[in-house]
Design a protein around this ligand. Structure first.
Ligand code: BGC
Length: 722
């Protein structure tokens, strides 16, 4: 035994000293036989809310997980969801992933990944529970704000550098929630019925990219069911697809409370069990870790001969691989926490993701303002708090009101709340910075805002959703597409008196704007984290020229969209069973694929986003598969344009969406400058998934490449043949 201990110590030391990663597989072969059955069992399940044991005897460290995905979560108690009240765990909050996706800039993903991983490292975490890449299927989805929008190509392209950025710091990502977790309302009991082509073309690509291109070291099973099996131990998704087709060599971690069955957990690909019998947020029995499905029941099953040890050894190999890649990686750094670089990264990413939706009469940027009226609760409410497991305890959060006051210090800045969401909701014991108590009636708040607007040069409304239950929040979906808390009446009333009215919509979901034609300027402001106010003021003032593009469609009304029947959402209860079946009968026609194909004009289309400058597109030309197009900045200020490539396949043996995003590039241009943007179009951009043959197929014939500034703003197109 002593010899073994020495061997491990020597290996760990060698790993720490060596500049080059030692052969991880060889190390696993050497370590595995030294671990006892009981120690192996212990490794496969949690010992506390967010940690699982290593092998203390051999110096193999514990695994510590942290939410993710927008900042490092505050410590909670060992066995309770409540906050531990440490005083050293207030983090930097980064913009929500919807904002990151809206930057359409993979460099921002890399920056995000590296910065958040440094914070994780400093907080001594092994696994960051994120990023989330479930597709936005329905605008009411409570967690859409945590994901990367409605398009598989955009989310695939953006997730890969995030994964690589995090893991470059020897911290593992845990890509979530795999898979088909597209709404929250019945998240533990929904069984998704989806055809294979839709599964492979829409719902799997971002996960596949994270695994096969990004090299993700862990992935989180989703709460819901598919093929009547929970996704944390789902044979098809985890064994056939993830570990089979994609060759995933990392760890499958259950969502907190997502594991329900020992047999399935043993055989169907789960490697690490967390949070069993909790709801993942607030409730659960205490100290039951030994009774987890992969704890005593598994050990007893092995001892009685019910289970062999091959599956266990495979799980432990994966866990050791994770350890050697992270905690035991040679030269692993110590990270940094809440530093100027991280603040700058958060502000930069936010600035690139904010989307200028409308700007009639060039109302923005704000110029020559003597008096600015700021309206709206989201101008001062903390939005890093709430929303479920991504709720953060931040070192600081700059509110839009503070930032507008600081940026326009020459002007008189006055504030009117305009609407109220009610009392603040605390999360993990963290409550909002400002007192949200309000005694006025909604009518009075509107009247006060209107009175204050009369002599203001600009009226900046910060409204939208928030992180309260039934808004953008985990565990429940939104109840309506419209804006809550009487905001429509507020905006309508302000539009009567203010000509320079700007509505900044803070949300991670599309919302209705029945007054869209009456408000000259509209900005999509997302949840932007610690630097929120500064980033918004940067764009409103013109210090930053907006360059974000929508990662999802804003329809006028949900009834015009692809998901309108009860069987599609929220699903139909199965008689006599605690299961709700959801049918994804809209198939491939998710988001803009629906609006384009059905020729329904949305309020703001996927890929839409304006700038303070103008861009001119030349004619696209194609040689072989190399497409070129010249882009010029024809305005007066520097700016960035996201040049988008969509492919259409008008004649095909199967039905296809009118066009699909297959490439994009963000180009930065000085006034008067031009650049030629090129795209190499691979076969994969032309293919569809043939479910019968179970493979991707490219049919010969004509294709159309559409190049544009948004899915509804195609500037040039060119035909080519396969
Ligand atoms: C969520 C996960 C989260 C986990 C741990 C669950 O409620 O679904 O996304 O990572 O809790 O907090």
């Amino acid at each position: 035994m002593k010899k073994h201990l020495f061997l491990i110590a020597a290996l760990v030391l060698a790993a720490a000293c060596s500049q080059k990663a030692p052969d991880i597989e060889k190390q696993i072969d050497e370590i595995l036989p030294q671990i006892t059955l009981e120690e192996k069992i212990a490794m496969t399940h949690a010992q506390s809310k967010f940690s699982s044991p290593g092998v203390p005897r051999l110096g193999i460290p514990e695994i510590w997980c942290t939410d993710g995905p927008h900042g490092i979560r505050a410590e909670v108690l060992w066995d309770k969801w409540s906050q531990a009240r440490w005083t050293n765990d207030s983090c930097t909050a980064y913009p929500a992933l919807t904002c990151l996706a809206a930057s359409w800039n993979p460099e921002m993903s890399r920056l995000y990944g590296e910065s958040i991983a440094e914070e994780a490292l400093y907080r001594k975490k092994t696994v960051l529970l994120g990023p989330g890449v479930n597709i936005l299927r329905h605008p009411l989805g409570g967690r859409n704000f945590e994901y990367m929008g409605e398009d598989p190509f955009l989310s695939s392209t953006m997730v890969v550098p995030y994964v690589q950025g995090v893991q470059s710091k020897d911290v593992a990502v845990c890509v979530k929630h795999f898979a088909l977790n597209n709404d929250e309302i019945h998240r533990h009991t929904v069984n998704v019925n989806v055809d294979d082509r839709t599964l492979y073309e829409i719902y799997l690509p971002a996960f596949k990219a994270a695994v096969t291109e990004g090299g993700a070291w862990s992935i989180m099973g989703a709460y819901n069911l598919y093929n009547n099996q929970h996704l944390c131990h789902n044979e098809r998704i985890l064994m056939d697809i993830l570990k089979g087709e994609w060759g995933f060599d990392g760890v499958v971690i259950s969502d907190w409370g997502g594991c329900h069955d020992t047999d399935q957990a043993v055989h169907n690909g789960l490697d690490l069990e967390y949070g069993t019998w909790t709801d993942g947020l607030f409730t659960g029995p205490s100290n039951v870790y030994n009774e987890y499905h992969l704890a005593q029941p598994y050990l007893k099953g092995i001892k009685s001969g019910k289970y062999g040890t091959d599956e266990l050894d495979d799980k432990v190999r994966r866990l050791l691989r994770l350890q050697l890649r992270t905690n035991m990686a040679p030269g692993r750094g110590t990270g940094r926490f809440v530093c100027p670089d991280h603040s700058a990264a958060a502000r930069k990413i936010a600035g690139e993701g904010i989307v200028l939706l409308k700007n009639d009469g060039d109302v923005l940027p704000v110029k020559n303002a003597k008096k600015i009226l700021v309206v709206g609760e989201n101008a001062f409410k903390m939005l890093t708090v709430g929303g479920g497991s991504s709720s953060l305890k931040v070192k600081y959060e700059i509110s839009p009101l503070e930032a507008v006051r600081a940026r326009f210090s020459d002007a008189e800045v006055v504030f009117e709340r305009g609407y109220s969401s009610g009392a603040a909701q605390a999360q993990d014991g963290i409550s909002a910075k400002f007192d949200l108590a309000e005694n006025r009636t909604p009518e009075q708040m509107v009247a006060d805002a209107v009175a204050a607007a009369k002599d203001a040069d600009y009226v900046l409304v910060f409204g939208g959703l928030n992180k309260n239950k039934n808004q953008d929040s985990e565990g429940a979906d939104r109840l309506e597409y419209g804006l809550p808390y009487g905001q429509d009446a507020l905006v309508e009333a302000l539009a009567e008196v203010a000509s320079k009215l700007v509505f900044v919509n803070i949300s991670g979901n599309p919302v209705a704007m029945p007054w869209v034609d009456k408000v000259p300027a509209i900005v999509q402001g997302w949840y932007l984290g610690s630097e929120a106010g500064y980033a918004l003021a940067d764009v409103l003032s013109g210090d930053v020229n907006p360059s974000g593009k929508l990662p999802f469609t804003f329809p006028y009304d949900m009834s015009e969209g692809p998901v309108t029947s009860e069987e599609q959402y929220p699903g139909i209860s199965r008689e006599g069973e605690n299961i709700i079946d959801e049918y994804y009968t809209e198939g491939l026609l998710v988001g803009y694929r629906w609006y384009d194909t059905k020729k329904v004009k949305p309020m703001f289309a996927f890929g839409h986003g304006l700038s303070y400058t103008t861009f001119e597109y030349g004619e696209a030309s194609i040689r072989g598969r190399k497409l070129s197009v010249k882009i010029s900045n024809t305005g007066k200020v520097a700016g960035a344009e996201v040049v988008q490539l969509y492919i259409g396949d008008p004649e095909c043996s199967v039905e296809r969406p009118a066009k699909e995003l297959k490439g994009f590039k963000k180009v930065f241009l000085q006034p008067g400058e031009s650049k030629t943007v090129t795209f190499e179009i691979p076969d994969s951009a032309l293919s569809f998934f043939d479910a019968e043959q179970h493979k991707w197929v490219v049919e010969p014939g004509e294709f159309i490449a559409y190049i544009g500034s948004g899915s509804d703003d195609i500037r040039t197109s060119v035909k080519f043949k396969k």
